[in-house]
Design a protein around this ligand. Structure first.
Ligand SMILES: *[C@@H]1O[C@H](CO)[C@@H](O)[C@H](O)[C@H]1NC(C)=O
Ligand SMILES: *[C@@H]1O[C@H](CO)[C@@H](O)[C@H](O)[C@H]1NC(C)=O
Ligand SMILES: *[C@@H]1O[C@H](CO)[C@@H](O)[C@H](O)[C@H]1NC(C)=O
Length: 788
């Protein structure tokens, strides 16, 4: 999130130790009551004011409250730590709370230090691993569980706010990005579906009372921490209209339009010279106007201050405050706006109406959270309490999510799954074998439990010899390698738990290499050379790692990617290794080779530029070699997929499209003079027209055994060529299903040509080409034609 949120490696470790020590202590019911307004027992009576009248709309109530504030009181509300207004019975409020993959202490409002209170919360897998499940029902249930735990923590008086600054739905554009782990990956369709599912879960389904408020961050095109002297605070990203429209913005659009998120956070990034938090076109015209945000716009921490300091965009603090509030910002993370808003008004740079608009947006969200309706323990979420945090169903969901995300990358000769009765002894070697910090990654709170891979392995094998072999993921030494070789030679099976940690990839830190850090590669090779049979390599990492040495080494029999798997991660890994779970995860990002690091991280272009040797980014555009491709993942079973049309409609005649165009002017446009290609503008087809063009397609999936398991089918669209920046292919849908051995399922995909067949032109406009389009599942294709 933030300047202040960035934990150094040191604080991280200290926190982690505390976290590991904090067992889920049962909390007493009689904790401090949550703060509220407008009830007989609220601190100061506010009853009788219009803002307490639940019959009015949240906006009307908020406007009434704002009208009662003095200018000084108004300015004081514009930072993440908002003071109370005792004379009106309005309590203080903490806007900044984090729950990326479980309730986290990285914000200001959530607390786990009450001696007799709640001491821990469920830690789900880091987002990139959950994304690998390609399952939006799973993402919804995770969001829902986190939202329930937040409400419960609030009800017991340990949360000073219910506005949560999650999820992070930036596109994982470059494999080196330190925060790529926090995102759903490189594909805009996956990120969009993740945003919608997670936000719906977090906010709950009651439109008149939010369970919590979710915030999609960081709009937009933010995906660089610190690379070759370029830092996120001053980076000016050059982004094309085409990339903005079909890559960076779609997750934010879905988040607001379909997920109904009540907040969007603007990023530090200056896109084409304009800092995102000062960009009226983004915040007001697009997010609020075009997408219809009903909620507030928050600035990433210190994003306003850096407009003057790091970015030199605004000459004075007052100018920075004025330009951001006028652009549509509603609240700052930090105190900069609180400090300088009054002067900005006095200097005539900012109008009081701009402040009133911001405050009305802010208080309306607090109204929708039910904080102005009397004691919140009497509302529909009021029964949630300590017993709902670390609840058994949340713990098992954390395990399920980790299992479903784990990706099997290599399995020579069907070495896995292992038969536990055949494994008399095992060696667990590597820095990530017994490190609780590697489970919970970043943005964490104290987990309910911490099952490391070593612990998971020990629940299957009696004799497990453990050696970290490295001081940490960066530093393995030669002496340890000798020891590791000795341990490896003495065991039946050798498991290596290698990978990355927050030392290499984190907030504020990008990688410079894609290889395993330090001497890890050498350690793996030495151990593999000494082991009795091929070793099993388990990678704990966020971003992709170039492990081509292990891919091609016959002494490495199997490779698993387990992300940063959350509190139950070690058990999930063991269950996969021993066949109690059949792996079905698929990579949500392209695994590039080390040579990709010659591409400047600051080059934002998605599309390749063969003339200059620029290879492009993500499976949609990248033209170079890969270590593993997007969507790759093995199973213990063989699944077949068959693409079928459930209608016979494979040709859309011009009359169909023109019908869809209803009363509009005909809009068939010629690409350019002399060109055979032509297209329709999606805007011209309109909402109703787009509705008429929809049709279903079916993918028949069969599990040929030998194990039951979950499978995700991915459907892509291919265009006849990649001219004009058309992607090589584009994911348009995915569905997952658990299938018993021999079982067949028909998975229905709802195809919307406006959404799925459209492409974005260089000018940023969305069009549907006439001519052929190909639906793809594996290498089965179905041709769909739009006639001119
Ligand atoms: C909202 O979700 C809860 C829990 O999933 C469910 O019991 C309830 O029926 C839903 N309410 C509505 C209005 O959909
Ligand atoms: C939604 O919340 C409102 C306001 O608290 C409540 O009256 C209503 O019963 C809730 N609806 C459901 C389906 O829980
Ligand atoms: C598709 O065409 C086939 C053969 O012409 C016909 O038997 C089938 O009923 C059609 N299906 C639909 C959904 O119209």
């Amino acid at each position: 999130m933030a300047a202040m949120a960035s934990s150094s490696a040191l604080t991280l470790l200290v926190l982690t130790l505390t976290a590991a020590a904090a067992a889920a202590a049962p909390a007493t019911a009689s904790s401090t009551p949550p703060p509220f307004s407008c009830g007989p027992s609220s601190a100061e009576s506010s009853e009788g004011y219009a803002f307490c009248d639940a019959a009015l709309s949240p906006a009307a109530r908020a406007a009434d409250l704002v009208s009662r504030l003095t200018p000084a009181e108004k300015a004081a509300q514009l930072g993440d730590q908002a003071p109370g207004v005792p004379r009106l019975g309005v309590p203080a409020y903490k806007w900044w709370n984090e729950a990326l993959h479980g309730l986290a202490t990285s914000g200001r409002g959530l607390h786990f230090d009450a001696p007799a209170g709640v001491r821990a919360a469920t830690s789900f897998p880091q987002v990139l691993l959950a994304a690998a499940a390609f399952d939006d029902d799973l993402w919804f249930r995770i969001g829902q569980a986190i939202g329930r735990e937040a409400r419960a923590l609030f009800n017991v008086g340990q949360a000073e706010g219910l506005t949560i600054w999650s999820p992070n739905v930036n596109i994982f554009r470059d494999p080196r990005w330190g925060r790529g782990q926090e995102t759903p990956g490189e594909d805009p369709a996956v990120a969009s579906r993740y945003a919608v599912a997670f936000v719906r879960g977090l906010q709950g389904n009651n439109t008149s009372l939010l369970q919590t408020s979710a915030c999609c961050k960081h709009a937009t095109a933010y995906d660089l921490e610190d690379w070759d002297g370029v830092a996120r605070y001053s980076f000016v990203a050059r982004v094309t209209a085409q990339d903005l429209e079909d890559t960076f913005n779609p997750p934010f659009r879905s988040c607001v339009v379909d997920g109904k998120a009540s907040c969007v956070m603007c990023a530090y990034t200056a896109v084409n010279g304009v800092p995102s938090c000062a960009n009226a076109d983004l915040l007001t015209a697009t997010v609020r106007g075009g997408w219809g945000l009903d909620g507030y716009v928050a600035a990433d921490c210190d994003a306003v201050a850096i407009m003057r300091d790091a970015q030199r965009y605004a000459p004075s603090p007052e100018d920075a405050v004025a330009v951001s509030l006028k652009a549509g910002l509603d609240i700052d993370c930090g105190s900069y706006v609180q400090q300088h808003a009054t002067a900005a008004i006095q200097e005539g740079k900012l109008a009081e109406q701009d402040v009133d608009r911001a405050l009305t947006n802010l208080f309306a969200v607090r109204m929708r959270l039910g904080h102005f309706d009397g004691d919140p323990r009497a509302n529909v979420y009021g029964a949630l309490g300590a017993a709902d945090i670390c609840a058994p169903e949340h713990r098992s969901l954390a395990l399920e999510a980790a299992q479903d995300g784990i990706v099997l990358l290599k399995n020579d000769g069907g070495m896995l799954p292992l038969d536990r009765t055949a494994v008399a002894s095992a060696a667990a070697i590597g820095p990530n074998a017994d490190d609780g910090a590697a489970l919970i990654a970043n943005y964490f709170g104290p987990p309910c439990e911490s099952v490391t891979p070593l612990k998971g392995l020990r629940s299957y094998v009696g004799d497990v010899r453990f050696l970290a072999g490295c001081t940490n993921s960066a530093a393995c030494d030669v002496a340890a390698t000798d020891q590791a070789v000795a341990v490896a030679g003495s065991a039946d099976y050798v498991f290596l738990f290698m990978g990355l940690s927050q030392r290499q990839e984190s907030e504020g830190k990008d990688r410079t290499s894609l290889l395993l850090p330090g001497m890890q590669q050498r350690l793996v090779a030495a151990v593999a050379g000494a082991a009795k049979r091929p070793v099993i390599l388990v990678l704990l990492s966020g971003g992709p790692v170039d492990v081509s040495f292990a891919q091609s080494d016959p002494k490495v029999g199997a490779i698993l990617w387990a992300g940063y798997p959350g509190q139950a991660g070690g058990l999930a890994i063991a269950r996969v290794l021993f066949g109690d779970h059949n792996p079905g995860g698929r990579l949500p990002v392209t695994w590039y080779p080390e040579e990709f690091t010659k591409v400047p991280m600051t080059d934002m272009r998605m599309r390749a530029d063969p003339a200059t040797g620029y290879p492009g980014r993500s499976y949609r555009f990248y033209q170079g070699d890969t270590v593993y491709k997007f969507g790759y993942g093995l199973s213990y079973s063989t699944f077949s997929r068959r693409l079928m049309s459930s209608t016979n409609k494979t040709t859309f005649s011009s009359t169909t499209v023109l019908d869809a165009l209803s009363s509009r002017e005909t809009t068939l446009t010629e690409e350019e003079e002399g060109s055979a290609s032509s297209y329709y503008h999606v805007d011209d087809i309109g909402t109703d027209g787009c509705e008429q063009l929809k049709f279903p397609a079916t993918v028949e999936v069969k599990n040929h055994g030998p194990m039951d398991g979950k499978h995700s089918a991915l459907m892509f669209l291919r265009w006849p060529n990649t001219e004009g920046g058309r992607p090589a292919r584009q994911l348009i849908g995915f569905r997952s299903r658990h299938l018993k051995v021999g079982e067949t399922a028909s998975l229905r995909f709802d195809i919307s040509p406006c959404e799925h067949f459209s492409r974005v032109r260089e000018d940023g406009r969305k069009v549907i080409d006439t001519g052929s389009h190909f639906l793809m599942v594996d290498d089965h294709e179905m041709e769909i034609k739009f006639e001119a």
